[in-house]
Design a binder for this molecule. Structure first.
Ligand code: ADP
Ligand code: MG
Length: 296
């Protein structure tokens, strides 16, 4: 499978006087899971809905491969979507899929395949009204899979899932991307998708605050290390020789962007007696909060 590249460029959407998203640009690459992250009201759903042709942009564009969604000849064969959706409560899971199937050229066998893919074969004849949130999410995903798409756009897929459900969803999207598919999923919690995503796009108040690989975001959460030594002379010399370090007292040196191993090694090489070595720094969650709270 070769998923399309998804590219949002200069997307702005205003609802009356409310600017939901402003000049949003980012891409989701095939073979990778891209996390679209931001607090509630940040503009995630509006962006994903614009991508799927459900919201008309005020400005800018959203493309799936070479086309806008509306230009796709068989959209369901390209992109499967999971939105905060409504199911008819009286329908069974299988009946729900068979209602959607004709719209996406899927037959009854494909409906059952899709149920099997999300582990819901046993619930095929149960009514959706009695489903837990996790089962609804699975049925939503089965619906997205009906047209055998090579891209998945999932709005808050982890919402309402218990830990086992989150683990299952993670495995599912990781496998989809590993087979070459493109996955773009949103979440208001970084921790919920930290083990799922390869790339991170952070949005807050309608604007993109950060876009990079998850590994790069982790590097932003640099630790600083504090070194305590009784040897004020050698400590002062070490501070002089080390850009990024500063003495906070005659016996205490703080080194930015360095972990304890690096500082310990330099101290050892300088023949410095060490009485204390302590790392401090932001967790990934703190970096995420800082990115979303900073003024635009
Ligand atoms: N149909 C709409 N009419 C008016 N305002 C809307 C509409 N849809 C979204 N908004 C507003 O746009 C902003 C972004 O909403 P949304 O895209 O749903 O954010 P998120 O999915 O990140 O929680 C919010 O202020 C929301 O109230
Ligand atoms: Mg939303």
């Amino acid at each position: 499978m070769e998923g399309p590249r998804i590219a949002i460029a200069g997307l702005t959407k205003r609802f009356g006087t409310v600017t939901a998203v402003e000049d949003v640009s980012f891409a989701a690459e095939p073979g990778r899971v891209t996390g679209f992250l931001g607090p509630n009201g940040a503009g995630k759903s509006t962006t994903l809905r614009a991508l799927l042709g459900l919201v008309a942009p005020t400005a800018g564009s959203a493309r799936i491969g070479d086309h806008a969604y509306a230009e796709l000849e068989r959209p369901a064969a390209v992109v499967g979507a999971l939105l905060e959706g409504a199911f008819h409560p009286g329908r069974t899971a299988r009946a729900h899929l068979r209602t959607v199937a004709p719209l996406v050229d899927a037959d009854d066998a494909r409906c059952d395949d899709a149920l099997a893919m999300v582990g819901m074969s046993d619930a095929a004849n149960r009514r959706v009204g009695g489903f837990s949130m996790g089962m609804r999410q699975r049925l939503g995903l089965a619906t997205a899979l009906l047209g055998e798409p090579t891209a998945l756009v999932l709005d808050e897929p982890a919402n309402g899932l218990d830990p086992a459900g989150i683990t299952w969803m993670r495995g599912f999207v990781r496998d989809f991307a590993a087979r070459g598919g493109t996955v773009l999923l949103s979440s208001h919690l970084l921790g919920e998708v930290e083990q799922t995503v390869d790339d991170v796009v952070v949005i807050a108040q309608g604007r993109i605050r950060h876009a990079s690989s998850l590994a790069e975001l982790r590097r932003l959460a640099h630790p600083a290390t504090t070194l305590v030594s009784p040897d004020a002379d050698r400590l002062a010399r070490l501070a002089d020789d080390w850009p990024g370090s500063r003495l906070t007292s005659p016996h205490e040196l703080v080194v930015a962007h360095a972990d304890a191993a690096e500082v310990g090694a330099r101290a050892f090489a300088a023949g410095l007696e060490v009485h204390g070595l302590a790392e401090s720094g932001e967790t990934l969650e703190q970096v995420f909060l800082r990115l979303t709270e900073e003024a635009a």
